[in-house]
Design a protein around this ligand. Sequence first.
Ligand code: FAD
Length: 400
Amino acid sequence: MMHVAIIGAGQAGAALAARLRSAGHIGAITLIGDEPVAPYQRPPLSKAYLLGEMPLDRLLLRAPDFWAAQDIWLVTGTPVTAVDAAARTLRMGDETLAWDHLAFTTGAVVRRLPAAIGGDLPGVHYVRTLADVDGMAPEFVAGRRVLIVGGGYIGLEAAAVAAKKGLRVTVVEAAPRILQRVAAPETSDYFRALHTAHGVAVLEGTGLARLTGAGRVTGAELADGRQLACDFAIVGVGILPATALAEAAGLVLDNGIATDDQGRTSAPQVWAAGDCASFPHAGGRLRLESVPGAIDMAECVAENILGAGKTYVPKPWFWSDQYDVKLQIAGLNTGYDRVIVRDGGAVRSHWYYRGDRLLAVDAMNDPRGFMIARRLIDAGRSADPVRVADPATDLKALLA
Ligand code: FAD
């Protein structure tokens, strides 16, 4: 009977294993993870879990007895160290395991600051795993000073948690504005104002020269020569797809493990999904870093392993929680040439267009705007910008 092995027991790996079973696979499934815990969700790590408002058991993606009940062999705390794509084997611990189909769902690794500028000093934290967050949580004591390097979503979420817990927070962003890589100036302005109102110092257009301290981080020197003191630091400067194992196995890489439009890699019967995978999209290649992207691609790959022959069509969406604001994003804003602001007071949304085509929406505390925009974008439809801009327009009418 066909054995499917899955490397990486995160969001995509868990979804792939579960979908294989629910789609009727009766052969063996082995889900192998290097972290010492069963598959869990990462988003709360920088939100409710860090805040202390979500217990560990609610982080888990499935009840502990799910894996055995589904006859999925879950191996934790065990890195896969080598893959032989020709012989169809892999190495984990001292064991060699044979497989018929293999999926890489290895996720991503955080970008670290070089040790030469203090990136490895004790008291400098990175945010990717449960262990990372458990390691930094004791630092969150009211009155302490935290320096956050990087004004992207992860850095800003950590800043929000720290501010809520009464810490003194400084965010340093090298780009001219926070969220520059992912959002329009209007969205950056909104979140800058939100953080500033909560007492966070947001320093933009300010690079970090180095983190300083003897034995432990105690401060930072900025590119403009300014010195800042801190009790600890959190670095959120992006991630890189986890491709080392795939590269060593000879798979083709292109901003991640390159797959075709069904999730197949360059090696026969080897697949990839989630943060580690890039796939054909709009004449180029795309790699998503999101929970919905990981789940959708993994489920599509599971069905394709069983012969469905389905094209993976991404329907990107994302969210972020900061203070009492829920940001929901639909679509991809790449290539936008204007932004329409829909200002409804407490609810607000920013609609990205290229010409007359609606590309994406950032919705702040506006689940209705998000839901309608998402339906339009997923259907390849647009919405009249003049009507969108008018807060009196009933958004639902845009779907008609
Ligand atoms: P992962 O979930 O990272 O899983 C990959 C797993 O593979 C990891 O456990 C890794 O250790 C393991 N692995 C790697 N190599 C090996 C090996 N050789 N052997 C065995 N195991 C291996 N997304 C959203 O949509 N919304 C959010 O609000 C959001 N917030 C986030 C907050 C934080 C703090 C972080 C870190 C991420 C957040 N994300 C969010 C992103 C989202 O969590 C990821 O996109 C998603 O987890 C990707 O799933 P994945 O399975 O591809 O990777």
